[in-house]
Design a protein around this ligand. Structure first.
Ligand code: C2E
Ligand code: SIN
Ligand code: SIN
Ligand code: FE
Ligand code: FE
Length: 432
C-alpha cells in the first residue's frame, strides 16, 4: 500500500540539523588542519633553531679535530676534549664521542642511537649531514634520551671539506630547551588563533547563508501553501461548500493522521513530514469539481444515475489537473501525494467506490484518511441536496461504514478524536 509513500518519504526527508552537522564537520576539518600545521611548523622551527645552535659546534669542533683526527690515539683525543672543555666550548655537553670516517668508535661511548636501521645518525653524519635527536617528551625504551636533552651528530671535515670523522654530543642545555618550548607554545598559540578565526568566519558565512536559505525556503513553502489554497478554493467557489471547508479539511487530516502516529501498525508509515504534507494537500481533493456542470453540482435534489456518473469524474479530473502541474516539475513533490489523494478519495474499502473500485490496502493510505475527513465534513454540512447532520449521528454513520466504506483499522481515530473533530467543525481551535 505504501510503495509511493516510502519512495516519497525517502526523497523528502529534509536533512535534520544540517547546521549542526556541517559546522561540526567544519570544526573537525579546521581543527585537523590547524593541528597538522602546528606540528609541521613546530618541527620546522625546532629544526631551524637546533641547526643554528649546532653550527656553533660544527665550526669550532671541526677546526679542533681536523688536524688531529686521522690516526689519532684515544689519549690525543682525550687531551683535545679536555682543552675544549677548559676553553668553555662544551658547557652543556654531557658526553662526547668520536668516530672515524669509516664509523669506528675512536673515543667516548657508543650512543644508543647509533645503528638505528635506515635512520642511523652516524651514517648520515658520515655522508656530511648534520643530524640531531631531540625529544620533547621523555621516551622510555629504545631512545632513552631525557626530555630536553639534545643529541647532535656532526661531520668533521678536513681543509678540503672531506668528512674525516663524526662527533656525537649529548647536550643538556636548559636555555635551548626553554627557547624551543617557547617557540612551540608561540606557534601553537598563533595557529590556534588562526584556526579559531578561520572556523568562526566559516561558521558565520555558513550560518548566514543557512539563515538566508531557510528564509527563502520558508517563503517558498508559504507561496506553495497559498497557491494550493487558491487552487483548492476554485472547487468550493461553485460548489455548495461554504466558508471554512478547506481549512477544516486540512485540520481533520492533520488530526486524524497525527493520531495514527500512536498506532502500532500505521506509525511506520506516518511521520511529521507526511502529516504536514498530507494536511497541506488535503484541500485539493475536490479540485476536479471545477469541471462539473453547475446544473449537476448545484442540483437541489438527488442526482440521477447519469448525473452521478458525471459527478464521479471529479476525481479523475482533479488528478489530471494536478498531473499537468506535476509535468512541469522536474522533481518529486507533494503533488504526488495530492494526486493520489484526489484520485482515490471516493474509493471504498470493499471495492465498490470510484473511480477505480480499488479495495483494501490498494487504496493509498492518504486517500483512506481523506475519505473519513471528507465524509465527516459533508455529513455535518448543509448541501443543496441534503440537510446538515449532527456530530453524534455523523459519527454513527461513519462507524457503520467500517469495513465497507472505510478502512476498519483507521476508525479508532474517529473515536479517540471525536471531540476534536466536532471542535474543528465548529471552528473552535483545538488544543492538542
Ligand atoms: P460531498 O457533498 O462533499 O460529499 C462527499 C461524500 O460524503 C459523498 O460522496 C458521500 O460519500 C458522503 N455523504 C455526503 N452526504 C451524505 C449523506 O447524507 N449520507 C451519507 N451516508 N453519506 C453522505 P459521494 O456520494 O460519492 O458524492 C460525491 C459528491 O457528489 C458530493 O460531495 C456532492 O458534491 C455530489 N453529490 C452526491 N450526491 C448528490 C446528490 O444527491 N445531489 C447533489 N446535488 N449532489 C450530490
Ligand atoms: C632529525 O630530525 O633529524 C632527528 C629525528 C630522528 O632522527 O629521530
Ligand atoms: C516540494 O518540494 O515539496 C514543493 C513542491 C510542491 O509540492 O509543489
Ligand atoms: Fe470528492
Ligand atoms: Fe469533498
Amino acid at each position: 500500500m505504501n510503495s509511493l509513500r516510502s519512495m516519497w518519504a525517502k526523497r523528502f526527508k529534509p536533512e535534520k540539523n544540517v547546521l549542526l552537522s556541517y559546522s561540526l564537520f567544519m570544526l573537525i576539518v579546521v581543527a585537523g588542519a590547524s593541528s597538522l600545521l602546528g606540528i609541521v611548523l613546530t618541527g620546522f622551527v625546532r629544526g631551524h633553531v637546533i641547526r643554528m645552535h649546532a653550527s656553533f659546534y660544527a665550526d669550532s669542533l671541526s677546526s679542533a679535530f681536523s688536524s688531529t683526527l686521522p690516526g689519532a690515539s684515544k689519549e690525543e683525543l682525550a687531551r683535545a676534549h679536555d682543552s675544549l672543555e677548559r676553553e668553555g666550548l662544551l658547557m652543556h655537553v654531557k658526553t662526547m664521542s668520536i668516530w672515524d670516517s669509516s664509523g669506528v668508535l675512536l673515543y667516548g661511548e657508543a650512543s644508543p642511537f647509533i645503528g638505528a636501521v635506515g635512520n642511523d645518525p652516524l651514517v648520515d653524519a658520515q655522508s656530511g649531514s648534520l643530524r640531531f635527536i631531540y625529544k620533547t617528551t621523555s621516551v622510555r625504551g629504545m631512545f632513552d634520551l631525557p626530555r630536553g636533552d639534545l643529541a647532535l651528530y656532526l661531520p668533521i671535515r678536513d681543509l678540503r671539506s672531506t668528512v674525516i670523522g663524526v662527533i656525537g654530543l649529548i647536550e643538556s642545555d636548559e636555555g635551548l630547551a626553554d627557547d624551543l618550548g617557547i617557540a612551540a607554545r608561540t606557534i601553537a598559540l598563533y595557529v590556534s588563533f588562526a584556526g579559531v578565526a578561520i572556523y568562526a568566519s566559516l561558521f558565520m558565512l555558513y550560518f548566514r547563508s543557512y539563515r538566508r536559505q531557510s528564509l527563502y525556503s520558508a517563503r517558498l513553502k508559504k507561496s506553495k501553501e497559498s497557491i494550493i489554497f487558491a487552487m483548492s478554493s476554485l472547487s468550493s467557489l461553485r460548489d455548495q461548500e461554504t466558508g471554512g471547508h478547506l481549512e477544516r479539511c486540512e485540520e481533520y487530516v492533520r488530526l486524524l493522521a497525527g493520531e495514527l502516529r500512536e498506532d502500532r501498525i500505521f506509525r511506520r508509515y506516518v511521520d511529521a513530514e507526511y502529516i504536514e504534507s498530507l494536511a497541506n494537500v488535503a484541500p485539493l481533493h475536490d479540485i476536479g469539481k471545477v469541471g462539473i456542470d453547475d446544473a449537476i453540482l448545484r442540483k437541489p435534489g438527488k442526482l440521477t444515475p447519469d448525473e452521478y456518473e458525471i459527478m464521479k469524474t471529479h476525481c479523475a479530473l482533479g488528478a489530471s489537473i494536478l498531473e499537468a502541474a506535476r509535468e512541469r516539475l522536474p522533481f518529486e513533490s507533494e503533488l504526488e501525494l495530492a494526486i493520489e489523494l484526489t484520485r482515490h478519495h471516493h474509493e471504498r474499502w470493499d471495492g465498490t467506490g470510484y473511480p477505480y473500485g480499488l479495495s483494501g490496502e490498494s487504496i493509498p493510505l492518504s486517500a483512506r484518511i481523506m475519505a473519513i475527513a471528507d465524509v465527516y465534513d459533508a455529513l455535518r454540512s448543509e448541501r443543496y441536496y441534503k440537510k446538515a447532520i449532527g456530530h453524534a449521528e455523523s459519527l454513527k454513520i461513519i462507524k457503520a461504514g467500517a469495513g465497507t466504506q472505510f478502512d476498519p483499522r483507521l476508525l479508532f481515530i474517529v473515536e479517540t478524536c471525536s471531540d476534536k473533530l466536532e471542535r474543528i467543525y465548529n471552528g473552535t481551535p483545538c488544543i492538542s
